[in-house]
Design a protein around this ligand. Structure first.
Ligand SMILES: NC(=O)c1ccc[n+]([C@@H]2O[C@H](COP(=O)([O-])OP(=O)(O)OC[C@H]3O[C@@H](n4cnc5c(N)ncnc54)[C@H](O)[C@@H]3O)[C@@H](O)[C@H]2O)c1
Length: 354
């Protein structure tokens, strides 16, 4: 039985809790959160933009602490993994504290808000021989998982490239969204999902062209073209905030293979969601419409957390959630940020961790 302690009971702490309840061989044995009512089991104030609303939870048998430091200081607590659902600016310090205390770490995305902190977090977990996994959940979203597995099967040949999209309207409830030192803005909070997915599918870009708008110190919206060692790969991405509340969220992709194109688009309009379900358009003229079932994001978190618990039980790095890949995702975001600000092509070598 893998024992987990969750640090930070907000939107993600709640979604992770729900996933743990449905998995065998894993048990949440502790939580740490500053809100007294949540330590008493009243999670009804928790809100997010998907999943069920927070409710009363039964915390019998679960130890509660005001913060992560107190949890780690409890010599009587037996815990294998710390699940960090704290705000991004706290991730690096929390990861280090958990690893130094001998715990495996599962940390929500983004790994950190800059490359230096990512490198520190990865190095500390390596030094202490602890697994570091980062909640880059996108590869577990139904359509993204299907695309990933179809590509890996080799059925339609090699990757040629693709285009990716992730656009929201202003997240008015996140008052620090544009603060580079707290949430990091659209690239580090939002696009980091596609940055990681692009890294996973195509390898590490050697550089990026990116044009767009700044809001304050951070990129608000941009279009990016990625370069790879294989110069035949053509990969682009659109991401950021367009300030219309009529469409709070959209994402999608078109992925090109030798023998097929995989296409998917989802739009959360303010009145109702609309999806263009995933299709596989084949070279020989077929339009395949695979039956993928419910695309509820909560299922993606269950699949992600299943991988976390299995990787810990088997003490192996996760091929998808490992800290090094998440670190590369942040490097990609940093490259794009520099490219928008400078108006120049930015190579991976131009963006260092120190
Ligand atoms: N994977 C996804 O799709 C997804 C979606 C939303 C959020 N996230 C990520 O999850 C993380 C948490 O986001 P959230 O939406 O759950 O935030 P939240 O604000 O709902 O919850 C954060 C929790 O951390 C606690 N906290 C805040 N400041 C603290 C402090 N100084 N000391 C101790 N605890 C403190 C809060 O009290 C709260 O319990 C972020 O990194 C965010 O980017 C990921």
């Amino acid at each position: 039985m893998t024992k987990v302690g969750i640090a930070g009971i907000g939107f993600m702490g709640w979604i992770h809790w729900l996933a743990y309840q449905e998995l065998p061989d894993v048990e949440v044995v502790a939580i740490a959160t500053p809100e007294a009512e949540r330590r008493a089991g009243d999670w009804s104030g928790i809100q997010g933009n998907f999943g069920p609303p927070g409710t009363q939870v039964d915390l019998s048998g679960v130890r509660t602490y005001e913060n992560l430091e107190a949890m780690l200081a409890d010599a009587d607590l037996e815990v294998d993994c710390i699940d960090i659902c704290l705000p991004p600016a706290m991730h690096c310090e929390a990861i280090q504290a958990a690893a130094k205390a001998g715990k495996h770490v599962f940390c929500e995305k983004p790994l950190a808000l800059n490359l230096r902190d990512c490198d520190t977090a990865v190095a500390t977990c390596n030094e202490h021989n602890r697994q570091l996994m980062v909640g880059q959940v996108l590869p577990y979203f139904t359509e993204f998982q299907y695309a990933r597995e179809l590509i890996a099967s080799g059925e339609y040949g090699n990757l040629l490239g693709g285009s990716f999209k992730r656009v929201i309207s202003d997240p008015q409830w996140l008052t620090k969204f544009y603060d580079p030192d707290v949430i990091g803005g659209p690239l580090f909070d939002l696009h980091v999902h596609d940055a990681h997915f692009i890294r996973l599918l195509f390898g590490m870009p050697t550089g990026v062209y990116s044009c767009g708008r700044l809001r304050g110190e951070v990129v608000d919206y941009c279009n990016s073209i990625f370069r790879f060692e294989d110069s035949n790969l053509a990969v682009t991405c659109t991401c950021g905030v367009i300030n219309q509340q009529g469409r709070p969220f959209t994402h999608g992709f078109e992925i090109h293979l030798d023998q097929a194109t995989i296409q998917f688009d989802f739009q959360a309009f303010a009145d109702a969601p609309e999806s263009m379900p995933l299709k596989v358009l084949t070279k020989d003229g077929k339009v395949l419409r695979p039956e993928l079932g419910d695309g509820d994001p909560v299922f993606a978190f269950k699949r992600e957390i299943k991988e976390v618990t299995q990787a810990i039980a088997e003490n192996r790095p996760s091929a998808i959630l490992n800290g090094a890949l998440a670190r590369d995702g942040i490097q990609i975001c940093q490259m794009q940020s520099e490219a928008v600000k400078s108006g120049q092509f930015v190579s991976a070598n131009d963006v260092a961790g120190d």
